[in-house]
Design a protein around this ligand. Sequence first.
Ligand code: HEM
Length: 180
Amino acid sequence: MHGIIFAELKKYVVARMGTKAWNDLLAASGMQDKVFLPNQAYGDVDVITLVTTASRLTGKSASDILEDFGEFLAPDLLTMYRPQLDPAWRTLDIIENTEQLIHRQVRVQSPGALPPQLQVVREGPDKLRLTYTSRRQMCGVAKGIARGIAREQHEHIRVTEPECMLKGGQRCDIRVERVG
Ligand code: HEM
């Protein structure tokens, strides 16, 4: 997993709960001396351990933490790839184009980073269907990023997930609809 994600995870924990909480989380995860650099890649097991431990410490579900983290992360992701994004694009357009324009480029430029293959079907101007199948099973991040992009774009969206790998599904079937 890309070091950016770990750098952002630290930023997220510090923003929500302070620097001590991040140090406590590292210690409780058995990673007290670990430093995550944004230009390196780290094992998926590290992020899974950190999120599982955060879930144990806070009593929140891992899915809820990942979703909140995804929402927090979205503005920085948008800033990083702003030059690739058409300024006229709204939330659904950005999600629709992420696979072709962004995730594909991340896979080429950052060895060790494997962003998920996002399959998007634009079902209408105000709705799309996103199929997520990563073995990391982090659909919460996808839903959170969608919400975070909408917040940045001052739009309201409804996100539903009629099928989810975490509930025994073959895939995560995420529906995003612009409302209001
Ligand atoms: C807007 C610009 C975006 C950028 C720059 C970006 C970049 C990245 C990067 C660098 C990773 C880490 C991958 C790795 O280390 O293997 C990642 C992971 C991820 N991205 Fe994106 N992404 C963007 C938008 C989106 C959108 C719109 C979605 C879905 C709504 C999405 C869903 C995910 C998910 C779920 C992961 C977690 C890893 C996994 O599930 O396998 N991303 N992204």
